[in-house]
Design a protein around this ligand. Structure first.
Ligand code: CMC
Length: 430
């Protein structure tokens, strides 16, 4: 909170409100409008939260104009180069990088909560064979609340931490089970002698009949993708987790709601949409036509993987991932015609005035889908992959929310545009 205030006066009624200015450590300040309605009779109207901070948070900072992304103050570029996903998860949750001993304990805890109860595993049998893995993952995560009564008391910090660990630990197990079920393969148990990403790849691809040959590049690439997707401050799914969390709902319900919000193509579903779009374009020679279609507002077609609500210059994650994308394809010796389409599309959009003027640059999802494809992960699983990574951010925000004294239930207001008060009319008179 700063000493600055802003006074808003309604000249017609002479009612005014003195709004304190709230400043964080970095970023734009905000007016605290908590008493605005009481003092003036006005609400604020901000569809899509274009100018509204819904909370204070110390987890992640974004400067969209400068292309800056910090987790707990650490630049994403440094974390991508020097850290690993589990360490980043620890950082997001606890606020500081772990010592070697703290990391060992955290890794041990996550590793030893990876198993699913057998009866939860059996839930998958209830789905139709072609169920989307997001639907299965969302349902399975929500159902964890039915199994872990020892971590449902949200007023107990130890139970909250336990739930956070469980969610980070079990998400890969659930995700891999959803995939295996959808292709009719037996669900694999997590192998605790492996690290987080390698363990996940084993659960995805290992078959009982032969050992899995796994390129170390695959786990490294996955780890990088998970770091880049781990958190992104108050995005739609994290805000959903917080909104549900504000009601006092249990952590598994909150994260299941986050998964639901992530599913949409304007959010986490974009990486799946990118691949579908590239397949639809089909060949680099069709890129020009696709760009023209995306510029035509009547076509209803947008270039998936371009543009971002917050990054209006460039997405720093896209810069890191673009480099990794080329490395992975070279190291895994993958030649993918979709990549040619993607590269052609990227080049065409970057020099087209429509995209340049609107600052529509490739975002993180433009490249992540191509890497996932190179790793053998099917398109329907892309958003699930995002959900595994984002679970770290979701639980970090959920924990932060419950450490905040006097937190209120989230309850937006509205501008009512319906019929004014009217009398009920009997059916024979209508
Ligand atoms: N292709 C063509 N035109 C676009 C696109 C696009 N991908 N994105 C925005 N525009 C145009 C839009 O039509 C509008 O034009 P005009 O000013 O003439 O009306 C202008 O650019 C601004 O668009 P907006 O919809 O007001 O921007 P927004 O900040 O509300 O939306 C967005 C951001 C990400 C939803 C949008 O850019 C989009 O739909 N992109 C494609 C989907 C996508 O890649 N989503 C993943 C986001 S990154 C992952 C994450 O963090 O969740």
């Amino acid at each position: 909170m700063s000493d600055k205030t802003v006074v808003i006066t309604d000249a017609s009624t002479n009612r005014s409100a003195t709004l304190p200015v709230v400043s964080g450590t970095m970023g734009d300040p905000a007016f605290d409008i908590g008493k605005l309605n009481k003092d003036t009779g006005y609400f604020t109207y901000d569809p899509g939260f274009m100018s509204t901070a819904a909370t204070k948070s110390a987890v992640t900072f974004i400067d969209g104009d400068q292309g800056v992304l910090l987790y707990r103050g650490y630049p994403i570029e440094q974390l991508a180069k020097q850290s690993n996903f589990l360490e980043v998860a620890y950082l997001l949750i606890n606020g500081e990088l772990p010592s070697a001993a703290q990391f060992q304990t955290f890794e041990h805890d996550v590793t030893h909560h990876t198993m699913m109860r057998e009866s939860l595993k059996n839930f998958f049998q209830g789905f139709h064979y072609d169920a989307h893995p997001m639907a299965m993952s969302m349902a399975a995560v929500g159902s964890l609340a039915a199994f872990y009564h020892d971590s449902l008391d949200i007023n107990d910090p130890a139970q909250r931490k336990l739930a956070a660990i469980r969610l980070i630990a079990k998400m890969p197990t659930i995700a891999a089970a959803a995939y295996r079920y959808s292709i009719g393969w037996p669900i694999r148990y997590p192998r605790n002698n492996l690290e987080y990403c390698t363990r996940f790849l084993h659960m995805m691809f290992e078959v009982p009949s032969e050992p899995l040959q796994l390129s170390p590049v695959a786990a490294k690439a996955l780890d990088l993708l998970f770091i880049l997707h781990a958190d992104h401050e108050q995005n739609a799914s994290t805000s959903t987790v917080r909104l549900v969390g504000s009601t006092g709902a249990n952590p598994y319900a909150c994260v299941a709601a986050g998964i639901a919000a992530l599913w949409g193509p304007a959010h986490g579903g974009a990486n799946e949409a990118v691949l579908k779009m590239l397949a639809e374009i089909g060949d680099a020679k069709n890129v020009g036509k696709a760009v023209e279609r995306a510029k035509d507002k009547n076509s209803g077609f947008r270039l998936m993987g371009f543009g971002h609500r917050v990054y209006k210059n460039f997405d720093p994650r896209a810069t890191i991932i673009r480099e990794m994308c080329h490395k992975v394809l070279a190291d895994l010796n993958v030649s993918d015609p979709m990549l040619d389409v993607a590269m052609e599309l990227e080049a065409a959009a970057l020099k087209d005035s429509y995209f340049v003027e609107r600052k529509l640059y490739p975002n993180v999802d433009f490249y992540s889908g191509i890497i996932y494809k190179a790793l053998g992960i099917p398109t329907e699983m892309f958003t699930v992959m995002f959900a595994i990574a984002r679970t770290a951010g979701w639980v970090a925000h959920w924990l932060e929310q419950h450490e905040t004294p006097d937190a209120k239930i989230g309850r937006p207001r509205q501008i009512y545009t319906g019929a004014p008060t009217r009398d009920y009319v009997d059916v024979e008179k209508r």
